[in-house]
Write a protein that binds this ligand. Structure first.
Ligand SMILES: C[S@@+](CC[C@H](N)C(=O)[O-])C[C@H]1O[C@@H](n2cnc3c(N)ncnc32)[C@H](O)[C@@H]1O
Length: 190
């Protein structure tokens, strides 16, 4: 486990408890759910589980993975039988192949993980990624510029074995702390 990342994120959640409070799920994720054919879901770097919770209420069975025990404890407290939390370092964890009907990764970017997520999808499975991208009007500079996507970047990760069902670049919702540009892609494994 990357102890440095774990310590950083546990500290962040302990020092800013508002990050653990109930938060809205991704609007775009809600919009694409009708394209998902099964229930088995992975929420990558789930945090306190805003998306996991929404998906669980819609009947999905969610594996919710994160490096912060503080965030996962908060999610466990909610007591959803169909959310299974797992403390993992996604830099190292081997995600089982051909296993998920839906994989969600929001507000988190690890480029090396994207091919592993593609492998973890079942045939006809859906991968939804939504995170921040470069833009001159972004209100908050990133702690590391590598954490921001370049224009059109998400499309570059997928070959002809995948169909892009939806792609968008847009400014984030007004309830988020800073106005930031985001990129979202929904792909299907053929
Ligand atoms: C900004 S939060 C996003 C949470 C959630 N996906 C959302 O959209 O609200 C980023 C999350 O990534 C997790 N994280 C950071 N590095 C990680 C790693 N190497 N493995 C697993 N999770 C990690 C953090 O603990 C944190 O909960």
């Amino acid at each position: 486990m990357a102890q440095k990342d774990k310590t950083k994120w546990d500290k962040k959640y302990n020092e800013t408890p508002s990050l653990l409070e109930k938060r809205e799920p991704s609007k775009k994720l809600i919009e694409i759910l009708d394209k998902v054919k099964g229930k088995k879901t992975l929420d990558v770097a789930c945090g306190a589980g805003r998306n996991s919770i929404y998906l669980a209420t819609k009947g999905f069975d969610v594996d919710a993975m994160d490096i912060s025990q503080v965030a996962l404890d908060e999610l466990d407290k909610k007591g959803f039988e169909n959310i299974s939390t797992k403390l993992v370092d996604l830099d190292e964890y081997e995600i089982p192949k051909n296993s998920y009907d839906l994989i969600v990764m929001t507000n988190f970017l690890n480029r090396k993980l994207i091919p592993k997520l593609s492998n973890a999808l079942k045939i006809n499975g859906i991968l939804f990624i939504e995170t921040y991208m470069e833009d001159k009007d972004n209100e908050k500079p990133p702690s590391n510029p590598d954490f921001l996507l370049k224009k059109d970047e998400l499309k570059s990760f997928f070959n002809e074995e995948f169909e892009v069902l939806d792609y968008d670049e847009f400014f984030n919702e007004s309830y988020e702390l800073y106005r930031m540009k985001k990129q979202a892609i929904t792909i299907k494994k053929l």
